[in-house]
Design a protein around this ligand. Structure first.
Ligand code: DQA
Length: 164
């Protein structure tokens, strides 16, 4: 079975396409999901893409991903800048986390410059609009490939012991 990546979207991203299109573009979340699914498939990955306006629901989905997914791509939207709960849920995950934004928050209001999620993210993709989702899945595919090539820490230790 293909490895599955959870792609989470936070509050107001259900309004993509009509919400401040000058900032977020004209693509809807459904448009983005369609392209993303094809891109993921080309890497041999499956995606589980979800959106919620509720912090707790996002936390529950992150907890679910711990046991069902190989990584998370997350656009936490406004919760990026406020949510310790989402950070804590991500900290409990052992797989790669990629933070994603359509806009570049660092070019915007100062309150958007702080991200809690960055503390746990392997990397951040921001400012490329809807295309950022595909960039994120490309980055995730490479991370998982490299991770598969490298022995896991416990295996490395076991090899060291075996070499003695
Ligand atoms: C966003 C940036 C956030 O600051 C904002 O609250 C969003 C969307 C982005 O994708 O650019 O809702 O995460």
């Amino acid at each position: 079975m293909n490895a599955k990546i959870m792609v989470l979207n936070g509050p107001n991203l259900n309004l993509l396409g009509v919400r401040q299109p000058d900032i977020y573009g004209r693509d809807t979340l459904a448009d983005i999901e369609k392209r993303l699914r094809a891109r993921a498939q080309s890497h041999g990955l499956a995606i589980d893409m979800r959106q919620s306006n509720h912090e707790g629901e996002l936390v529950t989905w992150i907890q679910e991903a711990r046991t069902t997914c190989a990584g998370i791509i997350i656009n936490p939207a406004a919760y990026t800048h406020t949510s310790v709960a989402i950070l804590d849920a991500l900290l409990a995950c052992e797989f790669p986390v990629i933070e994603l934004h359509l806009s570049n928050p660092h070019q915007r209001e100062e309150f958007r410059h702080r991200s809690f999620v960055t503390l746990v993210a392997k990397g951040v993709i921001a400012g490329f609009g809807a295309h950022g989702y595909e960039l994120a899945v490309d980055a995730m595919a490479k991370l998982l490939k490299d991770q598969g090539a490298e022995p896991k820490p416990e295996k490395r230790e076991a090899r060291k012991r075996a070499a003695k």
